[in-house]
Write a protein that binds this ligand. Structure first.
Ligand SMILES: C[S@@+](CC[C@H](N)C(=O)[O-])C[C@H]1O[C@@H](n2cnc3c(N)ncnc32)[C@H](O)[C@@H]1O
Length: 366
């Protein structure tokens, strides 16, 4: 008799192969410092984390008192079993409320009946009990992971690939101000520990003092719905459209101008502007609104002179923003440029952007 096979199990096993990128403690510390006061009295759930090895779990246990946490739970998928019909052994979890064993071993954990998939009933029950989810979820299931958190109305701070911004489901959440980018991205996330057998063609790889393989893909970001002060900071605008129209060509298929860099957004243009994805890192929803991603009025990629441009996000200034006295604006921009460009250089996604930011900074300082 023909056996009914659940293909999602095969898919899960296949996807799981490339998901083992373990987050480093310094990267967690560098990001979490920006949200410290938002964890008081909260229950944290690290839903894709082995409690015996995860640096996320370690971070929350070590900082339990300082953060004023109520509880931290780490749960993980069981190991691959080698059996195609039941590819994973039972998953397990561990709860810490301030008194239990700080560094649990496998003898201390509780086992799920099932595999511990973040979509399983048992894992969802832990999720529902939690206030904030902090983890680095499987890249291959990123859309699904975020959708679940939004549906359950949870606060979260997670690591993802920068490319995820271009997924229509994620972009929609960003457009609707339901999620936004965290502080560190690109080279601001130093790397991940990977299993020794991983093939890492074309990636920056090193071996640390402990003999562990570390890879730095430089294409990751934090995504969150926890508040950040930078979301309320106005991007200083110092350029003008008027008199510099040639620097801001119109798209062929949309009534909008192209702006190559966030710092070049003109202060005197109230229509649509196509800006690079890196704009999202500085996006203040009180200053701008996001109108559309990448496409012109004809549904095709935005183009200039018949040539498609790099991915662009169409934005527009909020009307109150247009009324700000321009002279005041320029003064404040002058004062903050030093800070802004230094920050930009620190957070730049690629060495080229990094170098360019420093060059602008050097030019402005002379
Ligand atoms: C990118 S790794 C990060 C691990 C850990 N969160 C960290 O940052 O060190 C993603 C983890 O999710 C696990 N995973 C993959 N599919 C999963 C699923 N459906 N449910 C729960 N965990 C899953 C993988 O086994 C892997 O350990």
């Amino acid at each position: 008799m023909k056996r009914n096979v659940d293909h999602s199990l095969f898919d899960k096993a296949k996807q799981n192969k490339n998901d083992e990128f373990y987050t480093l403690l310094p990267d967690i510390e560098r990001e979490l410092v920006h949200y410290f006061d938002q964890f008081r009295g909260k229950k944290v759930f690290c839903s894709c984390d082995n409690p015996t090895t995860s640096n996320f779990f370690r971070y929350f246990v070590q900082n339990f008192q300082n953060l004023g946490l109520k509880k931290v739970v780490a749960a993980c998928l069981g190991k691959p079993s080698g059996d195609l019909f039941e590819p994973f052994k039972p998953g397990f979890y561990y709860e810490y409320s301030g008194r239990e064993n700080k560094t649990p071993t496998l003898a201390d954990v509780s086992y799920f009946r099932g595999d511990g998939d973040f979509r399983s009933e048992e894992s969802v029950a832990l999720l529902k009990d939690a206030d904030v989810v902090v983890t680095n979820p499987p890249f291959s299931l990123f859309r699904e992971f975020i959708a679940q958190l939004v549906e359950c109305g949870k606060k979260f701070l997670v690591i993802g690939n920068i490319n995820a911004i271009t997924y229509k489901e994620i972009f929609k959440l960003i457009q609707d101000n339901e999620v936004w980018m965290g502080v560190n991205m690109g080279r601001g996330i130093s790397g991940f520990r990977v299993p020794d057998h991983y093939d890492l063609y074309g990636l920056e790889t090193r071996v640390n003092e402990a003999g562990e393989k570390i890879v730095s893909p430089n294409n990751c970001m934090w995504l969150t719905n926890l508040d950040l002060p930078s979301r309320h900071e106005t991007i200083p605008l110092v350029r003008t459209y008027s008199g510099n129209e040639h620097e801001y060509p119109h798209f062929d298929n949309c009534d909008a101008i192209n702006v190559n860099r966030t710092q070049n957004i003109p202060m005197d243009y109230d229509g649509l502007m196509g800006v690079p994805i890196t704009f999202l890192h500085r996006f203040n929803p009180e200053q701008f609104k996001i109108v559309r991603f990448r496409k012109g009025d004809d549904g095709r990629d935005l183009s200039i002179g018949g040539k498609p441009t790099y991915f662009r996000i169409l934005i527009q200034r909020r009307s109150s923003e247009s009324n700000v006295a321009k002279d005041d604006y320029i003064d404040s921009a002058k004062m903050t440029d030093h800070h802004v460009l230094t920050e930009l250089a620190k957070k730049a996604v690629s060495p080229a952007i990094h170098a360019a930011s420093l060059a602008i900074f050097a030019k402005m300082s002379t």
